[in-house]
Design a binder for this molecule. Structure first.
Ligand SMILES: Cc1cc2nc3c(=O)[nH]c(=O)nc-3n(C[C@H](O)[C@H](O)[C@H](O)COP(=O)(O)O)c2cc1C
Length: 200
């Protein structure tokens, strides 16, 4: 049996400083992990990117490819967007996919791929009215959003502990959603990203 492929998609939020912890946790949970970063998150890892390439065994994607470039990652069986920043949440909720990190899961969820997300931002960021609207918009589309007690509950400003991001809860949510998904919907997830003219 082949190992199922998980796209782990991380934003420039605190726990991404330790995204290697998330990769290892997902690998230990039985996933073949491909890592996708937002451009801002990729900047954080730029000096150590090779470590992530070696850890996953795949190129780390952070930008849309050019129209003539081929896919470098295997097809995804499931996607976990974590940690999700406030900015990515609100862009995704508004239907703006100006990063490949949003473009891939925003299409995938409408192609039968199980998509889970767990946010990480503080209570002041979460107080913006757009946040509740964006979470509702993602749930309406079938994304499993793990906020509050079932996932990550926002911390008071300046009191976050990014190293303690609860990867176990994210992976448990992912496992539950993936096992509930019809088998037929798995492995049909050729993301149109990169197939011109859909995306460049
Ligand atoms: C050191 C640092 C830590 C940050 N931590 C967070 C965070 O935990 N959550 C969050 O939503 N934004 C955080 N931000 C702000 C985001 O990086 C910023 O909104 C960025 O535009 C997010 O872009 P992305 O979602 O495309 O990665 C942080 C910024 C810096 C410089």
């Amino acid at each position: 049996m082949t190992t199922p492929v998980l796209y782990l998609i991380a934003c420039a939020a605190g726990p991404t400083q330790y995204i290697d912890d998330g990769v290892r946790a997902a690998q230990a949970d039985g996933w073949d992990v491909c890592l996708i970063l937002t451009p801002s998150a990729a900047n954080w890892w730029e000096p150590r990117m090779q470590e992530l390439v070696e850890l996953t065994g795949y190129p780390v994607r952070s930008r849309y490819k050019l129209p003539w470039e081929k896919d470098v990652l295997p097809r995804a069986d499931a996607m976990l967007v974590a940690p999700m920043s406030c900015t990515t949440l609100n862009k995704w909720g508004a239907g703006i996919s100006d990063t490949v990190a949003i473009g891939i899961p925003s299409e995938a969820v409408h192609m039968g791929v199980p998509v889970v997300t767990m946010p990480y931002f503080n209570q002041a960021q979460g107080a913006q009215p757009a946040v509740a609207r964006s979470i509702a918009a993602l749930r309406e589309q079938g994304v499993l959003v793990l906020d509050g007690p079932d996932g990550y509950a926002s911390h008071p400003p300046k009191q976050g502990n990014p190293k303690a991001f609860p990867w176990g809860k994210a992976l448990a949510g992912m496992r539950g959603l993936a096992s509930a998904s019809p088998q037929d919907s798995l492995r049909v997830s050729t993301i149109t990203e990169g197939r011109p003219p859909d995306h460049g």
